[in-house]
Design a protein around this ligand. Structure first.
Ligand code: SF4
Length: 431
């Protein structure tokens, strides 16, 4: 008998907060961000016309200076089953773009529902590799996870299986503030690392070199499929990230062990970096209760940094699913007083935490920060304010803590703004 049960949120509206609002961006955002930035890449999107309106904007927003090519798929074309023909025609046009070496075909909700068989698409047209990337929203639940799917699809096709393994070469994985990979590379070279490669990036050559590295170091914890791919190639994966004092210490030691670096040299560099980080913590301690809510899984690393600096962080939430890559941070936080770590969170859960914990500051998504500001609570957006400054090693620690202290110091200003708008509303209502 068919399951005709009513979803919980509709059956018992009082038992659980409503979760019927959109909780994440379309996953195509994440995949397009990775795919459009590659030099020589001209993405084709297999989707219906409605999605295309919004997603064309994304390519310009990301400054990739290229438009997506897409077949015209309206109701008539979908009813006539023209997805494959339309996509193949768009691939032919993409291949004629000057310097085209890669054509990622991003297959989204409608094309995936209707069916887009990979064997019906060419593998190569002229000089360009054609790579199918399947990211329907009903299977890929957040835009960071779509970045992972896109990168794994590219690596499966492009990483050169014949490339010689270089034991002292490290692959850093994550789109981070541009100065961060340089600072990490600088420190690692002093430990004896000969080269770092950062993905996702702009160069197809870096994708081809991926199988030559001695280890993979995901700086963000949502690269689940990509990490599994490297493990299948017998390339070890470094856990954690160089964030805060204890996180950086453990990460640097793990890199040293996995790349078989000189232990004495590693210890010297690690101790120096630990002293620098501790000096930063002493100079810029944090006081108060902070909630950390975001999209990308880095929330746990941010929370860890805040706790090390002296803050209380009772609640952390993220849009990604639970994963072994975030487990060490979760255990570390729970052992130091974090009461709730929520995966696949909803905005409603975050707002309930705001009621429950009454924080002094929040780090969060745009809608959640708006709710906090309406209550006069200092709030910082992950995407615009935190991701636009260094985060890793002692330099990132100093930049992050400086900004947090500055924002918390403006608490009276946030309350003044709140009372200003409250009074304005009262005046408008009585006019
Ligand atoms: S239908 Fe799917 S692909 Fe299109 S905008 Fe919505 S989530 Fe994105």
């Amino acid at each position: 008998m068919a399951d005709v049960s009513i979803p919980l949120a509709m059956k018992q509206p009082d038992a659980k907060p409503c979760q019927l609002h959109p909780q994440s961006m379309c996953p195509a955002f994440g995949s397009l961000r990775v795919l459009t930035r590659i030099e020589g890449s001209h993405p084709v999107m297999a989707t219906d016309t409605g999605c295309l309106y919004g997603l064309t904007f994304v390519t310009h927003f990301y400054g990739a200076r290229k438009s997506i090519l897409a077949p015209q798929l309206g109701t008539a074309e979908l009813m006539a089953g023209e997805i494959v023909e339309g996509t193949r025609a768009a691939i032919e046009v993409a291949a004629r773009e000057p310097g085209c070496q890669l054509i990622p075909v991003v297959s989204l909700c409608v094309a995936e529902t209707a069916g887009l068989p990979e064997e019906m698409l060419p593998k190569r047209v002229g000089e360009a590799e054609v790579v199918l990337v399947r990211v329907p929203a009903y299977a890929i639940h957040s835009h960071p996870e779509a970045k992972d799917v896109a990168l794994a699809a590219l690596l499966r096709r492009l990483a050169d299986a014949q490339s010689e393994r270089q034991k002292k070469r490290l692959l850093l994985l994550g789109e981070v503030f541009p100065a961060d990979p340089l600072a990490i590379d600088n420190l690692l070279r002093r430990m004896g690392v000969e080269q770092t490669i950062t993905l996702p990036g702009r160069a197809i050559a870096d994708l081809r070199l991926a199988r030559s590295v001695g280890a993979l170091a995901p700086l963000h914890p949502f690269y689940k499929e990509t990490a599994a791919l490297f493990r299948s190639w017998d390339i070890p994966v470094v856990g954690g990230a160089p964030v805060g004092v204890s996180g950086t210490y453990a990460w640097l030691k793990a890199v040293g062990a996995l790349l078989d670096l000189n232990a004495k040299l590693v210890d010297e560099v690690v101790e120096e970096e630990r002293e620098r980080a501790q000096a930063v913590l002493q100079a810029q301690p944090l006081h108060g209760r902070i909630l950390v809510t975001g999209y990308e899984g880095t929330e746990l690393a941010y929370a860890r940094l805040l706790v090390e600096a002296g803050a209380e962080v009772p609640y952390v939430s993220t849009s990604i699913a639970q994963d072994p890559l975030v487990l060490p941070d979760e255990l570390w936080l729970r052992a130091r007083g974090t009461q709730e770590v929520v995966y696949r969170k909803s905005l409603e859960e975050d707002v309930a935490a705001l009621d429950k914990y009454e924080p002094d500051m929040v780090l969060g998504t745009t809608p959640f920060c708006s709710v906090a500001k309406e209550r006069g609570i200092p709030a910082m957006y992950f995407t615009n304010q935190l991701a636009s400054r260094p985060f890793f090693l002692s330099g990132g620690l100093a930049a992050t803590l400086g900004f947090m202290n500055q924002t918390m110091g403006r608490s009276a200003r946030y309350q003044w703004i709140q009372s200003f708008f409250d009074e304005t509303e009262v005046a408008d209502a009585s006019a």
